[in-house]
Structure formats: C-alpha cells, structure tokens
Design a protein around this ligand. Structure first.
Ligand code: DSN
Length: 420
C-alpha cells in the first residue's frame, strides 16, 4: 500500500512538509514536557482508521444512528478495560479531552455557585480546577488550597480541613499538572466525608503511573470521580475519560452526552481500548516504574549539581527547576536555550510566583516520553549534564552547538515508536 506521506506530498505539499518537519523534530530531540508521550504505532494507525468516519451519539446498545456493531464493540472494550485497570465501578471514555472531561463532572454534579476546593494554580493545580481565567472558575465558587514548601511540598491537611469546615464545599477536588509528589487520597476523602462533599481526583498526568501500580489510586480510597487524559503517561491517543462509582454512572453518562458533547470520536475510543489492554500488562507496569526511576535519577543529578527543584525532588514523573534561583534565567529564556540544544521543556510558574506566566520563574521537566524511547538512568544523568551546562552558558553559541550534537547523538540510539 502506498505510504500516506507520498499521497500527501501530491495533495498538499505544505502540510506534507510540516509533517516531515515534526517527525524530524520528534526523532532528533529529547521530549521532556511531562504531559507528552509517543503513542503506540497501533494507536497512531487507529487514529487514521475508518473509525474516524463514524457518528455514534449515545452509548453501546443505545445509539441514535445505525451501523454501530463495531463501534459498540470497541467502546464496550474500552469501558470494561478502564474499570478493570483503575478498579472503578463505571467508566465513560467519550470525553474529547481533559477540559470537557472535568467540565462534565462539574456540570453534572454541581449547581452554579457551588463551592469546590481545588489546588492553587501556581502550586500545581490546573486551569480547569477553577482558575479565574476559565469559564468554570466563573461558574462555580472555587476555593483554593496550597502546598507547604517547608514540608517538601506536602499538602497541609490541617489547613485544608479548616478551609473545608469554613467553606462547606460541595466537592473536594485534588490533582495537578505541575506537582512532583504523590497525593494522600485517604486524607482528602476523610475531610470530604466530614463536610459531606463529593470527591474528585484529576489524575491526567499520572493516569499511566496509577494504571501501572506505582502511584496511589484515588478509587481505592473511595473517591466518587477520577478523571484522566489518555495521552500523557498512559501513552494513548489524545482524549479523556471519567472513572466513577457505579452509583454515578447514569448521571455522568448523560452529563457527557447529551449534556456537553455530541458524537464521540470513535477512532480515539478504539485507540483507548488498545491502550488500556496494554496498560494491564507486566511490561506496562515495568514502564511505569522506569518513568519514576528515570525522574528520580534526573532530579538527583540536577540536585547534585546545585540546581534548585521545587519541593526538593520528585516522587512521580516530573520536576520543576527554579531557573531564576539556579541560573538567573526566567523560564521562557531557559525553555528557549534548551530548545536550541534539542531538549523540549515548558516554562512553568512556581508556587506564589512573582513573575507572569509567559516569563515565569521555572521550567517543568518529565520523563514519560524519553522512557518510552527506552532511555534509562544513565541517559537521564547525561541529559542532566547537558541541561545544566546549557543553562549556565545561554549565550555561548559554541557550547550550545556542542551540546546539541551530544543530545542528537543520544537520540540516534533510541528510536521513536511510530517514526523510527
Ligand atoms: N497541557 C497539559 C499539561 O501540560 O500539563 C495540561 O492541560
């Protein structure tokens, strides 16, 4: 069969050139944005399969369009596998991505003006956890809690309990997009129970690490809802899913469709089914463990070089370097310098950051994508050396050129799944 790239060169040479460039970029550099990964070749192929042609409003056995034998089959598989992998009573695999996934929970179970406790954005929470800039932040009354820098970034549960007793939230929400520690879901649940609140954990970043059994699982602590995107540490296609107790099944399903969304993307749902089959296997558990081992190796090497990490280290797949304190560079400058040597990161606000989000005090690094390529602790130590040297010589073209070629050499040893 003709490679689609050859066809694309004729149909649209501009997009063909952009695709070729992106393939080169993904192969030739090290991806260290903690929310990114390389999905499986089978999933890449399913995203471009005939499942993309199908409309499937509704749920298996209850659709509004005909011709659903095979879409029903893949959605049933995805739902059953999600419940098994995450030990949940029910799964909805239709959310198109992380924001609608969280919105479906809020809109299905809260009334406008209801109070929700959520982690402060600069302490690692997410925009969809009620940041004032988000529509959800205007619709509901989000009360924010913080982490405690004096205790390696742990949540201060005494302070959280006092806030909950004063605010009487309808929901206690935990989860993060920039927090390098694990969470004590039992402690969150105890506080929520005391004030009669629902519990929700957004584990988008760490869904794969929970599936792999290397981080705590909120469902084991009796949470009402757990949401996760499917494309981060889980390695699947871009999408979202909601896990919940069986008693919430009907309400969550109608909140996703018809409440919030129309037709699900069945090419993605098929990819999610495959992703979850793999997530239940021993090699995936080994992968999840290696993601954390690599993050710890990277963090230890950076710390040993005198570099300052927010919370002083990591227990998961990510870390945040305070680049202002460590190098006198803001996060935007640090991101640009590392881009120049082939290491992709993202600028990141730090707890109570005095700087603006486009020129914040740090950068965020993560290991899921590099681990997927097969990199191990030794490569993490090499990369730590390249990162430190580049950020100490941000304007020295000769140094940056040498570091870029060292980074490229590491990449040649580790092929990218789906690209080669
Ligand atoms: N964009 C994701 C991340 O990088 O964490 C979260 O939305």
């Amino acid at each position: 069969m003709q490679d689609f790239r050859d066809l694309l060169k004729t149909t649209d040479p501009d997009v063909a050139a952009a695709l070729a460039g992106e393939e080169r970029r993904q192969k030739g550099g090290v991806e260290m944005i903690p929310s990114e990964n390389y999905t499986y070749p089978e999933v890449l192929a399913l995203l471009g399969s005939v499942f993309t042609n199908k409309y499937s409003e509704g749920y298996p056995g209850r659709r509004y369009y005909g011709g659903q034998d095979f879409t029903d089959a893949v959605e049933e598989l995805a739902r059953a596998r999600a419940c098994a992998v995450f030990r949940a009573g029910h799964a909805n695999v239709q959310p198109l991505s992380g924001s609608p996934m969280n919105q479906a929970v809020y809109l299905g179970f809260l009334k406008p003006g209801d109070t929700v406790l959520g982690m402060e954005l600069s302490h690692g929470g997410h925009l969809t956890h009620g940041a004032p800039a988000s529509h959800m932040g205007r619709l509901f009354n989000f009360v924010r809690y913080k982490t405690d820098p004096a205790r390696a970034g742990a949540i201060d549960f005494d302070a959280l309990r006092a806030t909950a007793l004063a605010a009487r939230p309808r929901m206690v929400l935990c989860g993060f997009s920039s927090y390098p520690r694990d969470l004590d879901y039992v402690a969150f649940k105890a506080i929520a129970d005391e004030v009669g609140a629902l519990t929700m954990a957004d584990v988008s970043h760490i869904g794969g690490l929970i599936a792999g059994g290397v981080l705590n699982n909120p469902m084991d602590a009796g949470f009402d809802f757990m949401t996760t995107t499917t494309h981060k540490s889980l390695r699947g296609p871009r999408g979202g899913m909601i896990l919940c107790k069986a008693e919430h099944a009907k309400k969550i399903d109608s909140s996703v469709f018809p409440g919030l969304q129309g037709g699900p993307h069945m090419n993605v749902v098929a990819g999610v089914a495959v992703t979850l089959r793999i997530a239940a296997t021993p090699p995936f558990r080994a992968y999840a463990g290696q993601v954390i081992a690599n993050a710890k190796a990277l963090a230890e090497a950076l710390l040993a070089d005198g570099i300052q990490l927010i919370t002083g280290g990591t227990d998961n797949h990510m870390m945040v370097i305070d680049t202002v304190a460590s190098f006198g560079l803001d996060g935007a400058e640090a991101e640009r310098v590392l881009d120049a040597i082939g290491i992709t990161t993202n600028k990141q606000i730090v707890p109570d950051d005095p700087r603006p989000p486009l020129k914040p005090s740090g950068i965020r690094l993560g290991t899921p994508a590099a681990t997927t390529r097969g990199m191990r602790e030794a490569e993490m130590r090499e990369l730590a050396g390249l990162i430190a040297e580049a950020l100490r010589h941000p304007a020295d073209e000769a140094v940056l050129t040498r570091l870029k070629s060292a980074c490229g050499e590491i990449c040649t040893r580790f092929p990218v799944p789906g690209i080669g």
